[in-house]
Design a protein around this ligand. Structure first.
Ligand SMILES: Cc1cc2nc3c(=O)[nH]c(=O)nc-3n(C[C@H](O)[C@H](O)[C@H](O)COP(=O)(O)OP(=O)(O)OC[C@H]3O[C@@H](n4cnc5c(N)ncnc54)[C@H](O)[C@@H]3O)c2cc1C
Length: 460
C-alpha cells in the first residue's frame, strides 16, 4: 500500500468507484502509467454486468473468457488496491491550499461490509459452501438456480473469497468445521476507515428498467415474460441449467418473442431516450437461441432497429438471413393463457396496422438502461435532468469530465452505451485524469514522492 501523506491514512492518485468493465479498464489504464489507484466495489466481486453475459455482440466472443482476465489483471496489478464489498460513506474536499502542498485533495470515508470470513486467509476452496445446508435462490443467476448461505459469489468471482449471508444463516457451525484455514468469523463487524485520493473516477454503471415497470406487459407477474439478463444467464456456459428452459415449467421453448423498447423511448415510464444496446442484445440473443434451439421460431417485435456501431448492421443482416423474424409492430399488451403461455397483442404496422394476438412460449422484454447511482449528494456531481446519468459538460472535447474539478466519469454511469464505447470512454477518462494530476502537480510516484511535470500540460 502507498505511503500516507497524513498520519494513518493511505493516499492514492485516483479512486475509481465501481468495478464493472469501465471502472476496471480506467483503473488499469491509470495503473499501467504508474499511478496509484484504489478501486472500490460495493459487491463481493468485481466484473459488473459484463461478467454475467453469455457472449458479446458483435464478435460473439465468450464473455467470461474476455472479462475474467481483466478482473484478474486488476486484482494482481501492483499499482491497484482492490477493495470489494465496500461502500463510500462520505467524500470531503481537502482545503485547496493544503492540496497545493501535495496533500490529498479528497478524503474518502469507507465502510467495508463484513463477509464473516477472514478475507486474507480464505483461499476460495469452497469447503464451507459444500458443507452449508441452506439453499437460497442464486443472486448471480437471478434466482434461476440455488446457492448456499455461505459461498464464493460465482465461479469466476474476483476475489475468490467466500461471503456469508448472515440473514439466512442457521449458525449450525458446519462451515466453521469444514474450513481448513479457520476463516469463519460470525462476530465480524463492518470496518470504517478513511483514505486520501487526488482524483476520483465514477464508474457506477447502470441498472435495467425493471420488468415490472409496465402494467400492460404483466407488471413482472407473468412467469414466462422475462428480463434479457435472464436469457444471458440461460445461454451462458456457466449458467444454471446448461439448457434454455422457460421458468414456469422447465419446458424448452419452441416459440420465443422479443418486445423491443420495453423500457426505453417510453414517455409513460419517464424514459424517453433510446438505450442504444437493446436492439443489438436482442439480435445477439436471438442468434444464440437459434443455435441452442434450432427448431424454435424467434420473432422480434420492433419500432425501429438501431444498429449504429461498427459491424452492427451486418450483424443484423446476418440474423435476418438466419431466419429470425423481424416484425414492425408496437406491442400494446401481454397476458397469458391457462398454460402460462404469454399472449402478445400487437399492431402490425407493415400489414395495414392490423391488431393481432400471437401466443409464444417465452417473451423477453428488451428493457433499457437507467443509472445505477446518483452521485449528487456524496460527490457533489450533477446528473442530467433528462435522464439522471452523470452530466458531461464537455462531451465533445472531454467526455470523461464531470461538472466538478477532479472528479471524472466513465462507462454507463455517463449514459447508455455498449462495451466497446465503455472501453473507449474508460481510456478517455484515464487520460483526462492523468492530465489533470500532472497539471496540478499532484502526482504521487510509486514510492510516495511528488513529481513535478517537466512540461506545461494542456489540462484546463
Ligand atoms: C442483456 C444485456 C446484454 C448485453 N450484451 C452486450 C453485448 O453483447 N455487447 C456489448 O457491447 N454490450 C452489451 N451489453 C451492455 C453492457 O452490459 C454494458 O455496456 C457494460 O456492462 C457497462 O459496463 P459499466 O462498467 O459501465 O457498468 P456496470 O457493468 O453496471 O458496472 C458498474 C459497477 O459499479 C458498481 N457500483 C455501482 N454503484 C456503486 C457504488 N455506489 N459504489 C461502489 N460500486 C458501485 C456495480 O456493482 C458494478 O460492479 C448488454 C447489456 C444487457 C442488459
Amino acid at each position: 500500500m502507498l505511503q500516507s501523506t497524513s498520519p494513518n491514512q493511505p493516499c492514492y492518485d485516483a479512486l475509481v468507484v465501481g468495478g464493472g468493465i469501465a471502472g476496471m479498464q480506467t483503473a488499469l489504464d491509470l495503473a499501467d502509467q504508474g499511478y496509484q489507484v484504489v478501486l472500490v466495489e460495493k459487491e463481493a466481486s468485481i466484473g459488473g454486468k459484463m461478467i454475467a453475459l453469455s457472449k458479446v455482440f458483435p464478435t460473439l466472443d465468450c464473455c467470461s473468457c474476455i472479462t475474467t482476465p481483466k478482473m484478474s489483471a486488476v486484482a494482481h496489478h501492483e499499482n491497484i488496491t482492490l477493495l470489494t464489498y465496500c461502500d463510500v460513506l462520505a467524500v470531503e474536499a481537502v482545503d485547496a491550499a493544503i492540496a497545493e502542498q501535495g496533500e490529498s485533495v479528497f478524503t474518502i470515508h469507507l465502510r467495508k461490509k463484513p463477509r464473516y470470513v477472514d478475507e486474507e486467509a480464505c483461499t476460495g476452496c469452497r469447503q464451507c459452501e459444500y458443507a452449508c445446508p441452506i439453499d437460497l435462490p442464486t443472486a448471480f443467476d437471478l434466482g434461476l438456480g440455488a446457492q448456499r448461505a455461505i459461498r464464493v459469489p460465482f465461479s469466476t468471482a474476483v476475489p475468490q473469497k467466500a461471503v456469508l449471508d448472515i440473514e439466512n444463516c442457521l449458525f449450525c457451525g458446519k462451515c466453521e468445521k469444514a474450513c481448513p484455514h479457520g476463516c469463519i468469523d460470525f462476530t465480524q463487524t463492518a470496518q470504517e476507515f478513511s483514505i486520501g485520493a487526488r482524483a476520483i473516477v465514477l464508474a457506477t454503471g447502470y441498472e435495467l428498467t425493471p420488468v415490472g415497470a409496465k402494467a400492460e406487459y404483466g407488471a413482472g407477474q407473468l412467469a414466462n415474460v422475462v428480463s434479457p439478463m435472464v436469457v444471458e444467464r440461460l445461454l451462458a456456459p456457466t449458467g444454471p441449467y446448461g439448457h434454455v428452459l422457460r421458468p414456469s415449467d422447465g419446458k424448452e421453448p419452441d416459440s420465443i418473442a422479443y418486445v423491443q423498447c420495453a423500457g426505453s423511448r417510453d414517455a409513460s415510464l419517464g424514459i424517453e431516450y433510446c438505450s442504444r444496446i437493446c436492439c443489438m442484445y436482442a439480435i445477439k440473443q436471438a442468434m444464440l437461441l437459434s443455435g441452442a434451439l434450432p427448431l424454435a421460431d424467434i420473432t422480434i417485435y420492433y419500432m425501429d432497429i438501431r444498429t449504429f456501431g461498427k459491424g452492427y448492421e451486418q450483424f443484423y443482416q446476418n440474423a435476418r438471413a438466419m431466419g429470425i423474424e423481424f416484425v414492425k409492430g408496437k406491442v400494446a399488451r401481454i397476458h397469458e393463457d391457462e398454460a402460462h403461455n404469454p399472449v402478445v397483442r400487437v399492431e402490425l404496422i407493415d400489414d395495414g396496422s392490423r391488431v393481432v394476438e400471437q401466443t409464444h412460449d417465452l417473451v423477453v422484454l428488451s428493457t433499457g438502461m437507467v443509472p445505477a447511482y446518483n452521485p449528487q449528494e456524496l460527490y457533489g456531481v450533477a446528473v442530467a435532468e433528462a435522464d439522471g446519468f452523470i452530466n458531461q459538460p464537455a462531451p465533445n472535447l472531454a467526455p470523461g469530465r464531470t461538472g466538478r474539478t477532479g472528479i471524472f466519469v466513465t462507462g454507463t454511469a455517463a449514459g447508455p452505451m455498449d462495451i466497446v464505447d465503455s472501453i473507449v470512454l474508460a481510456g478517455a477518462a484515464a487520460a483526462e485524469t492523468a492530465a489533470y494530476l500532472q497539471s496540478k502537480k499532484l502526482l504521487v510516484s510509486g514510492n510516495g514522492h511528488h513529481v513535478t511535470p517537466e512540461v506545461e500540460l494542456s489540462y484546463v
